[in-house]
Design a protein around this ligand. Structure first.
Ligand SMILES: [Cu+2]
Length: 492
């Protein structure tokens, strides 16, 4: 049987797709005769804000990606793209203030954070143009891990993310601090957000809702990035902030590396891998061992995205058009790594024990629910259980303190990135096989392929409200904007 691509389905459904052609005016520098050679650029490391009061201002900005015109961007606190890293300490009470200096409404969601729904920054907590939102203060209850903040404005999340709005949150706690993990920010501990953009010939970002993939990889907003790392253990806190693309992470020489943390905490022990799949919204903390590398040597971190399974974001064959990309179904460099001198006191040995989490299991769950990803036929928007997101409809109501098993079923032709607010969960089963060791940590986002069913268990504790809901949704921002989102109340 001929392999079906997503495009076949959509064309078959009569969708308006440019017939295999790149949209008019799309920058094709790599392939055109007037191609601009992109030099290697140093990996940018966002500045850090410490303390307990965090003031963010989202505004228009710009960045020089190519020669000629700068690219218009959105950023927090005057960055050229993205925003500063917020560093929180478990147990402290944080006060957050977000000013919207854009010419459109926005919201700011604290992704992965366990907090009152009124502080969550979902689609209900809109920040009007020129206004400042100061959610109720809350105690940081999450474990040490890598989280992030980003707009969650219904129907414009994709656009605002594409323009560059987002930032990291790093939570620290005593347990993590007692482990000898690389933790010197920007020296042996790097937050790295991978995404991609399609550029117009004017150098503007293509922010069309219909564009699922970029043609140019960006690491921390940098084209063709390189970084010099010390010859010791180095931690990467990796975030996938794509619209739809999955990354099958690895290194050009197929070296082993270690997953030490998932979305919401450290793994109990490092998981040795050569590849890790990361989907939109998901984070993995990995450690690479450079202690035996020669100073001056170099190698690439890559996305081994050639021959990904059908339905994985970016597995499409097409290089152009709405679901096409120069990076689709290909293996490409994510980061050029050069090895430099070790630092004094650099970490040389990976701890064998990292945490003592006891994850929820099926038998802990007192209630279960099943969500089906549906649509109304090929090319139509995805929904949960036949219902598109509605601001005024509560889709699920959960008792405060309940431990629940949620099963997500995907029998549609494309993969998704399921995310739920408020909680960190444990994935207890995947219909396609065993849950990988590196996925057996606290999670708030996971990839789900076509014909796959995934069950997770979570506890809904601490915060209840009869009126303020939390969201669950696909973290592919075009799917989310298109209605693949629902809301739940946690009630006392
Ligand atoms: Cu989706």
């Amino acid at each position: 049987m001929k392999k079906l691509t997503r495009k076949h389905f959509l064309v078959g459904a009569g969708s308006v797709l440019a017939a295999g052609a790149a949209g008019f005016g799309v920058k094709q520098a790599f392939f055109s005769s007037t191609s601009e050679t992109i030099p290697r650029n140093p990996l940018y490391v966002p500045p850090v804000i410490d303390g307990t009061t965090f003031n963010l201002t989202l505004a228009e900005s710009s960045k020089q990606f190519f020669s000629g015109a700068k690219t218009s961007t959105y950023s927090y606190n005057g960055e050229s793209f993205w925003g500063p890293t917020l560093r929180w300490k478990k147990g402290e009470t944080v006060s957050l203030n977000v000013t919207n200096n854009l010419n459109e409404m926005t919201t700011t969601h604290w992704h992965g954070i366990h907090l009152p729904a009124s502080a969550d920054g979902g689609p209900h907590q809109m920040i009007d143009v020129g206004e400042t939102w100061s959610p109720p203060k809350f105690e940081v209850k999450n474990e040490a891990a890598t989280y992030w903040y980003h707009p969650h404005m219904h129907e414009t999340t994709q656009k605002q993310l594409t323009m560059g709005a987002g930032g990291f949150i790093i939570i620290e706690d005593d347990s993590e601090a007692s482990k000898a993990l690389p933790s010197e920010y920007g020296v042996d501990d790097f937050p790295i957000v991978f995404t991609s953009r399609r550029f117009e010939t004017t150098n503007a970002f293509d922010v069309s809702k219909d564009t699922a993939y970029g043609d140019y990889l960006l690491a921390n907003g940098v084209l063709n990035p390189e970084v010099t790392l010390p010859a010791q253990l180095v931690r990467f806190r990796i975030l996938n902030a794509e619209t739809e693309r999955f990354y099958n992470l690895g290194f050009a020489d197929d070296r082993k590396f270690y997953v030490v943390g998932t979305d919401g905490g450290l793994l109990n022990k490092p998981a040795e891998v050569t590849r890790v799949r990361i989907v939109p919204g998901e984070r993995y903390e990995i450690v690479i061992d450079l202690s035996d590398e020669k100073v001056g040597s170099s190698f690439d971190m890559k996305a081994f995205n050639e021959n990904m399974p059908f339905g994985a974001g970016g597995s499409e064959q097409a290089q152009a058009g709405n679901f096409g990309s120069l990076l689709n179904n290909t293996t490409f460099s994510l980061l050029h790594i050069k090895v430099g001198k070790a630092t004094s006191g650099g970490v040389k040995t990976l701890p064998s024990a990292l945490a003592t989490a006891s994850m929820w299991s099926k038998s802990d769950a007192g209630n279960s629910r099943t969500l089906n990803i549906t649509d109304d036929g090929p090319g139509t928007p995805f929904k949960f259980d036949g219902n598109s997101f509605d601001h005024n409809t509560i889709n699920q109501t959960i008792k405060l303190g309940a431990i629940e098993a949620w099963t997500i079923q995907n029998d549609k032709i494309f993969g998704h990135a399921f995310h739920i607010h408020d909680v960190q969960f444990s994935i207890i089963s995947r219909s396609t096989g065993e849950v990988a060791e590196h996925e057996k940590g606290w999670k708030d986002t996971f990839g789900i392929l076509p014909e796959e069913t995934v069950t997770f268990v979570a506890k809904f504790e601490d915060y209840a409200s009869k009126t303020e809901p939390y969201m669950y949704h696909c973290h592919m921002s075009n799917h989310e904007d298109g209605g693949l989102m629902g809301q739940f109340l946690v009630v006392d």
